[in-house]
Design a protein around this ligand. Structure first.
Ligand code: FCB
Length: 441
């Protein structure tokens, strides 16, 4: 790895504390990593329905975007028009040299009204799965990537008593439609995201989230509107319980359709590091990941999604070292964080890991182009330590709708013209594609 930001004293202390905690890593770090990935390792790019498809009008998120007040910077609108252009996107994934494609099925399209299932939309996703096979891509399918039908969130979302059973019913339909032909199933995307954001989003943003869902409930004349990634802090605990039961019910429903399909969920994992004595690190880990990593023990794999690290002393999170690389929002990006997150998740869950998201939101594509190989070198090192990693899926294939931040953050391997929807691969896309073709970093 050649791209470490220069560390100041504080950063050095943090880094050496992390190394002391992982002596095997420290020893391995001295050696050049074996650049070759195992045969069959999956190389992919990810999208998510609401972020790319456009006009997801029956979803909870669409409803929240198109009102005042709203926490959303702008509405998703046409997004990347992937509902029509999905085949173009599959062509790009293939042409880059990747071997898998992660996408999500939009529950709001499959079940736009409670109990009303759309065969035409199930067929739509079936065509995407077939399109993957026609191009030699392994379809990696997320059954729920944050968004739910509006009716679901209007009855309390994941906090409602029948939420797990309703989700399982939808998963059964999707599994019957496409389960036989997909490579891996992810029930939920980052069900722990609000636990992570708890300490990151400033109080005014939480206030705005609360105001947003309160307004939605008022518009619909319902008691409570709760969505998976937009909620008031007081709903987070009940949301977690519902999501946990939801995952288990979904896993059972999918397995009942196809028992040998690998099923898991994806977890947002910050590379938490300890600095000094009595670091808060383990407490943070227990809160943000503890319950989910326990649940993952019964899954076939765990999806790890990493974007950053956090260094904790006994008082709180330390600022990034001076000169660190930063993303669009000013947050530090540190390439070895991927390896740290993967090692940790596996050490607790004990199941194979799929890197289901990793990337950087930046307008500086040279940063992305440096970041990808540096992070992959670290990932390979962790694999050489014995951690089973099934594949690496980059977030994202396209510059897309980044939730409350709208279209400002650019995570894509491809830029997207917001008027013509033309996609243009960036140089970093070729970097990842080259690694995938060589199956070596
Ligand atoms: C993750 C989400 C994904 C995307 C990236 C940047 O938290 O799973 O949809 O927004 O962050």
């Amino acid at each position: 790895m050649t791209d470490f930001a220069p560390l100041d004293r504080r950063g050095l202390l943090a880094a050496s504390a992390a190394l002391a905690a992982a002596p095997a890593f420290a020893r391995a770090a001295a050696k050049r990593v074996d650049p070759n990935f195992p045969k069959g390792f999956l190389w992919g790019a990810a999208t998510a329905g609401h972020q790319v498809e456009g006009n997801n009008t029956a979803s909870d998120t669409w409803f929240l975007e198109n009102q005042q007040p709203t926490v959303f910077a702008e509405p998703s609108g046409d997004a990347c028009n992937n509902l029509e252009l999905w085949a173009t996107d599959l062509d790009i994934v293939k042409d880059l040299g990747l071997t898998s494609y992660r996408f999500s099925v939009e529950w709001a399209r499959i079940e736009p009204e409670k109990g009303l299932f759309s065969q035409a939309m199930l067929d739509h996703y079936k065509r995407i799965v077939e399109g993957c096979h026609a191009r030699g891509l392994a379809p990696l399918v997320t059954f729920n990537h944050f968004t739910a039908p509006r009716w679901f969130s209007a009855q309390g979302g994941w906090t409602a008593a029948d939420a797990p059973q309703l989700f399982a019913r939808y998963c059964d339909k999707v599994a019957r439609a496409i389960g036989a032909d997909i490579a891996m199933a992810m029930t939920l995307n980052e069900p722990n995201i609000l636990l992570i954001l708890k300490g990151i989003l400033p109080p005014p943003v939480w206030d705005m989230q609360r105001a947003t869902v309160a307004k939605a409930a008022e518009r619909l004349g319902v008691a409570k509107f709760v969505s998976a990634n937009v909620a008031g802090p007081e709903d987070v605990e009940a949301l977690q319980a519902g999501l946990q039961a939801g995952h288990k019910a979904a896993r059972a429903a999918i397995k009942a359709v196809r028992g040998d399909l690998p099923v898991g969920f994806t977890l947002s994992v910050v590379d938490e590091q300890a600095a000094g004595k009595n670091s808060l690190r383990d407490k943070v880990r227990a809160e943000a990941y503890g319950a989910w990593l326990e649940i993952a023990k019964d899954d076939d794999f765990i999806g790890v999604q990493n974007y950053e690290r956090a260094v904790w002393n006994d008082k709180g999170r330390l600022p990034a070292p001076e000169g660190a690389d930063r993303n669009w929002s000013g947050t530090e990006v540190w390439a070895p964080s991927l390896a740290g997150a993967v090692r940790y998740a596996h050490s607790v869950a004990g199941v194979p890991v799929l890197v289901s998201e990793h990337g950087v939101g930046t307008d500086d594509d040279t940063l992305r182009a440096r970041f990808i190989p540096a992070a992959l070198e670290g990932l390979k090192r962790v694999m050489d330590e014995g951690v089973p990693v099934l594949g690496y899926v980059h977030w994202s294939l396209l510059d897309n709708f980044e939730w409350i931040f709208g279209y400002k953050p650019h995570f894509g391997l491809c830029s997207v013209d917001r008027t013509t929807f033309a996609r243009t691969p960036k140089p970093s896309a070729r970097v990842l594609g080259g690694i995938a073709r060589r199956n070596a970093v």
